[in-house]
Design a protein around this ligand. Structure first.
Ligand code: UT7
Length: 333
């Protein structure tokens, strides 16, 4: 007897970005930089910042999930599991997932946070998919959201020009059709930790007056080194997933790459043999929202995606962590 394979398919997308815009011109007033340098070296023109006091990552996740639930026509009580992928949780504990479900007015889903820097959302998708494929869960929401402005040093021109706030989420449901999450390659190498990390605030170096004076509660990045690893690894893993699934460049409908630097994205597309019009990009408007970049792309471009389209998601981030995922899109919006 033949059993039908159950796959996890994305069946709805939600997103949210805060209203406040921080432009390159605004940053010129904070650090020694300029609009021309930022655009030519990164592709970023502006980013969004969550300015309202008392608002955090959970508040953006709630807005994104509400947007998703409304579009799918379901209530929060119907979610079985909620995964919040983030490096900027509201608190060290409890998990942001607990705060999000509470703010959604439900205690039905269980949930947890997942941190893998800029690769968090891709890792989260793969984790969420396992619960669907096993048949134990019918509706899994995976959020990728970050409030990077909470950990960015606005006196450091190496980092403050890159990051922004925002994120999105997807709903995973079972499908017996030949679409959904088809394959994933996820990688990590802790040897890269020294090049991109936050020095203090964890159990290694709890907060003290000294850590605050030394500005150690912010993102630290050796940009050039990270750039080198990001370019090579994101391109390699994206080509690898194409080859493993016998996809030529004509078979790939869209590249959905992490939005860290336009130059990294262009190189990845070149190695994959993809023309510019197959690359989804919104780095110009949002910058690098860490866990938020991939769901924000799906949210922005949802209307362009057609059932049966072959998507390659690709990412690289702190850890180092990186990976790619092959998704056959499951619906027309
Ligand atoms: O998302 C997680 C993973 N992160 C990434 O993938 C980010 C990877 N790295 C990058 O995207 C790039 O390395 C940056 C955008 C961070 C920096 O760009 P770069 O082309 O690698 O610049 P650089 O650090 O090599 O600096 C080149 C020059 C230096 O001046 P000199 O020494 O050549 O005179 C810097 O001091 O540009 C200078 N510079 C700036 N100038 C104006 C560095 N930052 C700035 C700035 N404005 N904001």
């Amino acid at each position: 007897m033949q059993t039908t394979k159950i796959r996890a398919a994305i069946t709805a997308v939600g997103g949210y970005v805060p209203e406040t815009v921080l432009s390159n011109k605004d940053l010129e007033k904070l650090v020694d930089t300029n609009d021309e340098w930022i655009i030519s070296r990164t592709g970023i023109r502006e980013r969004r910042i969550l300015r309202e006091p008392g608002k955090a990552t959970s508040d953006m996740a709630v807005k994104a999930v509400e947007n998703l639930l409304e579009k799918r026509g379901i209530s929060a009580d119907e979610i079985d599991l909620l995964i919040v992928c983030t490096v900027t949780p509201d608190l060290i504990f409890p998990a942001t997932a607990n705060l999000v479900t509470h703010k959604l007015g439900t205690s039905k889903p269980w949930g947890f946070d997942l941190a893998a820097a800029c690769s968090s959302f891709l890792y989260g998708l793969q984790v969420g998919a396992q619960f669907i494929q096993s048949g134990t869960h019918k509706k899994v929401v995976v959020c990728g959201v970050d409030k990077m402005s909470a950990i960015v040093d606005y006196t450091d021109r190496n980092t403050c020009i890159i990051f922004g706030d925002g994120g999105g989420c997807v709903l995973l449901e079972p499908t017996e059709e030949d679409n959904g999450i088809m394959d994933a390659i996820l990688c990590s190498d802790g040897a890269g930790a020294e090049f991109l990390h936050q020095k203090a605030g964890g159990s290694l170096k709890p907060p003290t007056h000294e850590t605050i004076d030394a500005r150690e509660h912010f993102v630290y990045q050796e940009g050039k080194t990270v750039f080198k690893f990001a370019t090579t690894n994101m391109a390699d893993v994206s080509k690898k997933i194409m080859d493993r699934n016998e996809l030529g460049s004509d078979d790939v409908s869209w590249l959905i790459p992490h939005q860290a630097n336009k130059r990294i994205i262009d190189y990845t597309a070149e190695i994959m043999g993809l023309p510019e019009d197959k690359i989804l990009m919104n780095i110009e408007r949002y910058g690098n929202t860490t866990s938020g970049t991939l769901p924000l792309l799906l949210w922005d471009y949802e209307k362009e995606l057609n059932k049966g389209d072959n998507l390659i998601l690709a990412t690289f981030g702190g850890g180092f962590t990186w990976g790619s995922m092959y998704i056959r899109w499951a619906y027309n919006s």
